[in-house]
Design a protein. Sequence first.
Length: 192
Amino acid sequence: MVAFNFKEWFLLKEERGQGLQDYVKGGMVHLFHYTPHRQPEVELSPENFGKNPWSRREKQSATMQRIYFYIDLRDKESFFGGNTLYQAVVPASQIYDLATDPKELIARIRSNGFFDVDRLLSEVKKEGYKGVYYNNGMHLVAWFNPITVTRVEEDKVLQTHFAISKKGIEDEKAAEYEKRMKDWEAQGLKVR
């Protein structure tokens, strides 16, 4: 069993936003995944969980296999720089919304402020869901089943779904960084 502090695994309910519904369009959710593949379509499998450098460390302490998807590309981590973007579109009803936690699964398994992430994901799967949405500062879906994804152009997706470009995201991140540095300097911290 791996126990995590509830507050560290994902944000408290009041900090998580409205949940999955913020990303539902016509009853469907767009899932985005970066991979070094270049084919037009790829089948992703949870069996590969832990085989890439990004999930290897997590695999050491987890038994529930999964595939991670962004649902907001503005959350993309920098180490996916040269990878290709793929997309799957799935019914929102197949994803459990942990941000709103309508079935109170967290309360069911939490013990003294801690909970077993694998047990939580297993409970979600037992409830019949194919994935779970959560917000740990990034809007993510952990998917439990094999899924076919289609290659898409990142800039087109950003403009269509998020009304922003790669350059716009870079500018936003640079502005956030500058603000953070100024805040720290105002607190008397030497950061540059």
